[in-house]
Design a protein around this ligand. Structure first.
Ligand SMILES: [Zn+2]
Length: 343
């Protein structure tokens, strides 16, 4: 099956009331872990690459790894998504590299460090939508700003500052009408990275009710939760047991994500949990078998540990069992869909 656009998968997810995890990748073992988890749970897949990942893999390695994943998994629908495009140029270059979906994050300026104005955001996002939809590629936008940093991208807002940059439902309505995005990332109090919350989040810091309000106003827009790793205690403990130094931290509880999925959340970004899983496995091998120096002996277990995390998310978000049911519409077929919508 060729790569499919994000829109096709999220439309199916909306019709059937499930969410889809979007996992970040940087290397072969991560892609293999995701695909193995998808095979085991019969799940459709969203693989995403940040600008940092594209730089790290030189684009060509990533593109060919994705082609290998498609070749080896002909029955699994897959989306390849640009995570946090900082400029229209980044999104356009992703489209040239066969990505079937791009995120234009105009909520920050091009350097990816400072919250931008609404006008700038709407303008760059519209520009990307026009060009992406002309070739059937899906677009995710973002309104509001998250805390923390993701691959150096982010305003580095603290938990207090995040409260000032939550998504405004009025603005969300206007933004979707002006830009025509397929999916919208919303800021509801989460942060990128491992250090999200200093205690288990309650309703006053994790604004799930905001998601419900935005979904009520925009029932046809697919909502995206960023910074949605759960940061499992067991992984923090394993890392620290084997010489790591992770300060006690709390992520977004799975049951809160499931609540989001009941209210329009269709894409859930998960990166930190997989990073922690791989690190835990590698630390354990290094600590228990210090004589080991064959990379397969620690990258293999790292891959297995990440696969287990991916399986858990796929099952919890409800995408498991849906691989064979997602329509296989190509980007080319989506060109007509967008043309008809414009009329
Ligand atoms: Zn993000």
């Amino acid at each position: 099956m060729p790569l499919i656009p994000l829109r096709v998968l999220l439309d199916h997810a909306a019709e059937n009331g499930y969410g889809v995890a979007a996992f970040n990748v940087n290397n072969m073992e991560q892609i293999q872990a995701i695909m193995a988890a998808a095979r085991k749970t019969d799940s459709p897949v969203i693989v995403q690459a940040s600008r940092g990942a594209r730089k790290y893999t030189n684009d060509a390695y990533l593109r060919h790894l994705m082609l290998a994943a498609v070749e080896l998994n002909p029955k699994l629908p897959m989306v390849m998504h640009q995570d946090h495009g900082n400029s229209p140029e980044t999104c356009f270059s992703a489209i040239e590299q066969n990505f079937t979906s791009v995120m234009m994050d105009g909520s920050l300026d091009e350097a990816g460090k400072t919250p931008s104005t609404y006008e700038y955001n709407a303008q760059v996002t519209r520009q990307v939508v026009d060009r992406a939809h002309a070739v059937g590629v899906s677009v995710e936008g973002e309104l509001g700003a998250l805390g923390g940093l993701e691959d150096g991208h982010g305003a580095g807002l603290t938990q207090e500052e995040v409260k000032l940059h939550l998504t405004d439902p009025d603005q969300a309505e206007k933004f979707v009408a002006q830009t025509g995005v397929d999916a919208l990332a919303v800021a509801i109090g989460t942060s990128h990275g491992a250090y999200k919350f200093s205690h288990k989040p309650t309703g006053d810091i994790l604004k799930m009710d905001l998601i419900e309000e935005i979904h009520r106003r925009l029932p046809d827009t697919h909502l995206v939760m960023h910074g949605s790793s759960s940061v499992p205690q067991e992984l923090q403990d394993t890392i620290n047991k084997y010489g790591g130094k992770i300060k006690q931290t709390y992520g977004v509880p799975i049951e809160q994500i499931q609540r989001g999925i009941r209210h329009g959340v269709r894409k859930v970004n998960v990166d930190t949990d997989n990073r922690l899983a791989m690190t835990a496995a590698i630390r354990q091998v290094f600590s228990e078998s210090p004589e080991e120096f064959d990379p397969r002996k620690y990258l293999g277990p790292a891959r297995e540990r990440m696969q287990a995390e991916c399986e858990r998310r796929m099952t919890a978000f409800g995408q498991a069992g849906h691989a064979g049911k997602v329509p296989t519409r190509s980007c080319k077929e989506m060109v007509t869909f967008y043309k008809n919508r414009k009329k």
